[in-house]
Design a protein around this ligand. Structure first.
Ligand code: ATP
Ligand code: SF4
Ligand code: MG
Length: 329
């Protein structure tokens, strides 16, 4: 157990909406081991970004707040540490690549200046030394002519280059944990593959543990050791990437896999799960997936399924498996 670097325990993050407080993340438990790459997958609105922003303690408050649970980073509970301590952890021990790179780079400053600032925030280096490190980082993320690039402004770079700069920024302090929230969604396929290669290399060479957030199970297959599937603010399935892709248990995971484009070749048309993810707090009883599930039966509409342990390292939240297994929470 002691090689767990990050552990979410029963995390609940709520947003105030009028007089109601609605949970966007509702009782999520996730473990990330040292040097491991774990994927969090699920459709838009499942709570993936709220989970990652909660870890960084960057939930806008109000209206949001972490209302229950623990986030243990090497045993230290990030939910209760001081703002000063959190500021130190953020960007030094845990870094995040945000979903939209343009919003996280300042258009008014050169790439070099922004990298230098990030580096000097956590290292006792002179400006000159920090510039050299910035150039090294730009080279490391595979951008040619690094010395010229550090002189450029964000708008002068392509989307793929900006995303690489974000990765360089996130890696500038050798974090123990990297949270990558849809780092390749906005990019074309070739660049996507290059960014994935880069992240894999960082994981292998530096041992950085990565929480890789994506709606694309195909990407998960490429890079993750383990996968956590989220639906409507909850974990609905968890297991090794191989098991999840080969033998998905939860009807939602099965639907996600059937929607993969390479499956369409066999099926002629691209499948998509009917309906949409429910708004947080809108389903009071029963399985949150029930109105979209082709296997739903009566009990699904009034009984909340628990997350069940199917076998070692494998869990699923579905009443179809209830008779077989014991609940894990
Ligand atoms: N600042 C906020 N105020 C109110 N509700 C919010 C806020 N941020 C997120 N939510 C709600 O939390 C839910 C989960 O959102 P989240 O951004 O985590 O989804 P996601 O899984 O990251 O989706 P996507 O794939 O589109 O990025 C959504 O229903 C969203 O409306
Ligand atoms: S609990 Fe019922 S509705 Fe929910 S996924 Fe399982 S079969 Fe489908
Ligand atoms: Mg998101």
């Amino acid at each position: 157990m002691d090689n767990i670097v990050l552990q979410l325990k029963d995390l609940q993050t709520t947003f105030q909406s009028g007089r109601k407080s609605v949970p966007a993340v509702d009782g999520v438990s996730i473990q990330l081991h040292k040097g491991e790459v774990v994927g969090i997958v699920g459709e838009s609105g499942c709570g993936k970004s709220v989970t990652s922003l909660s870890i960084m303690r960057l939930i806008p408050s109000p209206p949001g707040k972490i209302s229950r649970g623990e986030i243990l980073f090497n045993g230290e509970n990030l939910v209760t540490v001081s703002n000063k301590r959190m500021k130190k952890i953020r960007g030094k021990e845990i870094s995040m690549i945000f979903q939209e790179p343009m919003t996280s780079l300042n258009p008014l400053f050169t790439i070099g200046n922004q990298l230098i600032e990030a580096i000097r925030n956590h290292n006792n280096l002179s400006k000159k030394e920090a510039l050299e490190k910035a150039i090294q980082l730009v080279e490391m993320v595979g951008i040619p002519r690094a010395r010229e690039i550090v002189e450029s402004y964000p708008h002068q770079l392509s989307g793929g280059m900006r995303q690489r700069i974000m990765i360089a920024m996130a890696m500038s302090c050798d974090p123990e944990v990297l949270i990558a929230d849809e780092p390749t969604t906005a990019l074309d396929v070739t660049i996507q593959a290059q960014i994935l290669d880069l992240m894999r290399e960082l994981n292998r060479e530096k041992g950085t543990a990565i929480l890789f957030i994506t709606h694309d199970l195909g990407v998960v297959a490429d890079i993750c050791n383990r996968v956590v599937v989220m639906y409507a603010g909850q974990v609905v399935e968890e297991g090794s990437t191989r098991m999840i892709l080969k033998d998905p248990k939860h009807p939602y995971t099965q639907g996600l896999i059937r929607s993969l484009p390479n499956m369409a070749e066999k099926q002629q048309t691209l499948y998509s799960i009917p309906g949409t993810v429910p708004q947080p707090g809108s389903i009071e009883n029963g399985c949150r997936f029930a109105d979209r599930c082709e296997f739903a039966f009566d009990a699904c509409f009034f009984e909340d399924p628990a997350l069940l342990n199917l076998e070692e390292g494998r869990a699923c939240r579905c009443l179809l498996y209830k008779e077989e297994q014991e609940s894990v929470g």
